[in-house]
Ligand binder design. Structure first.
Ligand code: SF4
Length: 62
């Protein structure tokens, strides 16, 4: 599983890094910073939950 974040869509709600701080961080403006591209198997459920909870649908999963 790989993650992508469309920073043109990200509005800095912060749900991703609250749900999965191992996968997502934040910049000084609160926008998402992807910490890993390839998700470890133990974190795939959390990655999906973060993507499902992004209000801007900015997180993509492949
Ligand atoms: S939840 Fe979505 S909009 Fe909010 S910081 Fe994360 S990627 Fe950006």
């Amino acid at each position: 599983m790989k993650l992508r974040v469309d920073l043109d869509l990200c509005a800095g709600h912060g749900r991703c890094y609250e749900i999965a701080p191992e996968l997502f961080g934040e910049d000084e403006a609160g926008h998402c910073v992807l910490l890993v591209e390839t998700v470890p198997p133990a974190l795939t459920d959390r990655a999906r939950r973060a993507a499902d909870n992004c209000p801007e649908s900015a997180i993509g999963i492949e």
